[in-house]
Design a protein around this ligand. Sequence first.
Ligand code: C2E
Ligand code: MG
Ligand code: MG
Ligand code: MG
Length: 281
Amino acid sequence: AAKRRGKNRVEEYDAEYARSMAARADMAAELRGAGERGELSLVYQPVLHLPDNRLVGVEALLRWRHPRLGVVRPAQFIPVAEESDLVEELGTWTLHQACHQLSAWLRAGHDLWASVNLSTRQLHLPEFPVHLAELLRVHRLPGYRLTLEVAEHRMARDIKGLSERIMAVRGMGVRVALDDFGAGYSSLAQLRSLPVDIVKIDKDLEPLADLVVQLGQRLGLEVIVEGIEQPEQLATMAAAGCQLAQGFLLGRPMPAEQLEALLEETFAHDVGQVDSGREMR
Ligand code: C2E
Ligand code: MG
Ligand code: MG
Ligand code: MG
């Protein structure tokens, strides 16, 4: 009987595994062409300069409005996309869209930069530097207005190849950020060996704030703290000397029109004025 139960469990497991594989395959199929069908959009989250509460940049975050499921988060579909060349299609759409929007804001006289999350797979494409240069040219964007964010755990393998890519990108003036430092796969060795401009740290590093900010400074990096939800977290990070911050407390990711309204408030705004309601879609 025990043996039969064991076998059943294996079969159940197999069935569940097969279902999840099928679900991933379905999702991949549905993702293909999502940009052309108008199902993708970007929301923008403010990055504030703490000493004067100024909005200095935005991070573009991808959203997928699935016809049946509604808005799907990147955590659910980026990993699926990364298993295939789909991530290139999504990445191209995202970079183009972000550059287009940024260039419109700059033309309207706003002074800000935008950062875009990149999959390492995208960064490693042989044609990536040429595509990027072309995008900057078409949108008439000075490189320094754009930041590319790459997450550490996805970088682990080929540090040397990656460093070369990062240098090529920086050669265009584009800035590169190491995303999610301290979020589980941290390695000081990586932080030291990757030629990035910026390190993004999680608010969970709050108890080590002084240390992390000093580390960033020693390595000549800008530090952005993300995920700030509580005033105390902000206070600790600011006291440690962290100048740039991002989080629900300071501004939710929002559609372009809403971010634009925020930019239109010409004067430095304090935390209380920034919409901290639910993310709007
Ligand atoms: P990330 O780059 O670290 O982006 C920050 C994530 O934290 C976003 O989640 C944002 O909505 C969320 N967040 C911001 N402030 C707070 C806060 O105060 N509290 C909490 N709990 N969360 C906050 P989102 O938009 O769901 O994106 C998740 C991840 O998906 C991103 O993490 C990034 O790694 C990836 N991603 C997003 N857009 C893209 C994209 O266009 N391409 C690629 N390759 N990856 C993307
Ligand atoms: Mg990011
Ligand atoms: Mg991050
Ligand atoms: Mg993250």
